[in-house]
Design a protein around this ligand. Structure first.
Ligand code: SF4
Length: 376
């Protein structure tokens, strides 16, 4: 059922190169999920999120201090090793300082045709945030038009919005199935669908998701055990599939998440408004916040609690990429709120590679504790 997504995930660079050859289009590498992909699709550019490879590297040390998070060092390593040598452009929308450092270093050391730093307000709760971001998007659109030598029309923008909205709505349908007892997909499998959303042409990805949904509607089901203790994963960036596989091998079932590879990326759609660029900006202002943008009011806690309830979560694995300041600040309050709502938590610190053996023992002990709770 899931082979296509797995294949895309494992062969992400070959896919992008093949896409380029097939379409003659440009490919834009991007850091962080605040990048308005709607505008890139409007320009017929393929957005590809820069992700790491979970291998130790010896190339980033001269460029980025070792106390920056392992995820952003792993991302930069991919660029320095030439694995994204097919990119035509590179961009970031401001989120945290760590990933911005990876972007800056990339632009300094890896020659590329187009680069763009897109300011994205941290105070998304300010009344000025949407007009500010709209003005930034207008400038960004003009820069892209100059680069591709073609105007982006309102019809193009509407097409970009439709492509993104359709793709986000379809993955919601897939996640809805994960609310069931013994869901038809394991956490590992739904993660493969979510990760590939960020690197494959969304039109092709949506076709594959429709096919998957048809198979599920016809009674198709994962060959993996999905009747384990219902878990949520939340916190820093996490695209570590072997970790999720390990959790599910010891009778946990990951039914939902709050991280930027999963729900935070696709949770809300662009709502139609009078002006298309403003509507896109509003979507990125309103999306579930990452910790660096969650103030003055803390919106993440009620959002996480509501997802946990919706998906019938028993326990949460809270992940922090080592040295990730935004999540480090956020996590204590989140753990406190989850625990106060009878959701037990296991905190794990991630590095470029994770000690699966040690983590397995801790996850097993955590699951045992949750299963004992069920007995009383
Ligand atoms: S938010 Fe955390 S995990 Fe994400 S790039 Fe910043 S420091 Fe790294």
């Amino acid at each position: 059922m899931i082979t296509q997504f797995r294949d895309w995930d494992l062969n992400r660079h070959a896919y992008a190169k093949e896409w380029k050859e097939r379409t003659g289009g440009k490919v834009m590498g991007y850091f962080c999920t605040y990048v308005p992909e709607e505008i890139l699709y409007a320009a017929n550019i393929l957005p590809v999120r820069i992700l790491g490879s979970h291998e130790q590297n010896d190339v980033t040390e001269p460029h980025i201090f070792g106390m920056f998070c392992p995820f952003c060092r792993d991302c930069l390593a991919q660029g320095l090793k030439g694995r994204y040598d097919y990119l035509d452009g590179i961009m970031i929308a401001q989120s945290c300082l760590h990933i911005r450092q990876a972007y800056t270093s990339w632009t300094k050391h890896i020659p590329i045709d187009f680069q763009y730093y897109l300011p994205m307000p941290n105070n998304v709760q300010s009344p000025h945030a949407t007009p500010y971001l709209t003005a930034e998007y207008i400038q960004f659109k003009e820069a892209v038009e100059k680069w591709i030598g073609k105007e982006i029309t309102p019809d193009d923008l509407q097409r970009g919005i439709d492509i993104m909205n359709e793709n986000r709505s379809l993955i919601h349908e897939i996640y809805n199935y994960k609310k069931m007892d013994n869901p038809p997909l394991s956490g590992e499998e739904s993660m493969e669908v979510a990760i590939t959303q960020q690197m494959v042409d969304k039109r092709e990805h949506s076709v594959a998701m429709r096919k998957l949904l048809d198979e599920i509607a016809a009674g198709g089901k994962s060959t993996k055990n999905t009747s384990g203790t219902r878990l949520m994963i939340l916190g820093s960036e996490n695209d570590d599939i072997p970790f999720v596989r390990m959790v599910e091998s010891v009778n946990g079932t990951v039914v939902t998440d709050d991280h930027c590879i999963g729900t935070r990326y696709f949770w809300n759609n662009v709502e139609p408004g009078e002006d298309l660029i403003t509507s896109i900006a509003q979507r990125y202002i309103d999306r579930p916040a990452c910790p660096s943008k969650d103030w003055i009011e803390r919106t993440r806690i009620p959002h996480i609690l509501s997802i946990a309830k919706e998906f019938g979560v028993k326990g949460a694995i809270v992940i922090q990429q080592k040295f990730c300041d935004p999540h480090e600040l956020d996590i204590p309050a989140i753990i406190k709120s989850l625990n106060a709502n009878d959701i037990k938590t296991l905190f794990l610190e991630f590095d470029v590679t994770v000690p699966l053996g040690q983590f397995k023992i801790r996850v097993e002990a955590f699951l045992e504790m949750l299963q004992e709770d069920d007995l009383f």
